[in-house]
Design a protein around this ligand. Sequence first.
Ligand code: SF4
Length: 65
Amino acid sequence: MRVVADRDKCMGNGLCEAVHPAVFAVGDDGVVIVHDENVRAEDRRLLEQAVAACPAFALRLVDDD
Ligand code: SF4
């Protein structure tokens, strides 16, 4: 499973970074950066919270299996 960001939708408010700063950051251009797309089991709950927190619906979890 991966976490994917649609940078065209991102509004840069940093809510995802607040939920999981090890994975998300807002770059100098004001758009989200995903440091690591791979979803580890121990991170899944936090990543689900980040996806739910995004007001722009710019984040989603993708199941590659
Ligand atoms: S929460 Fe959504 S809109 Fe805000 S920085 Fe993260 S991806 Fe962008």
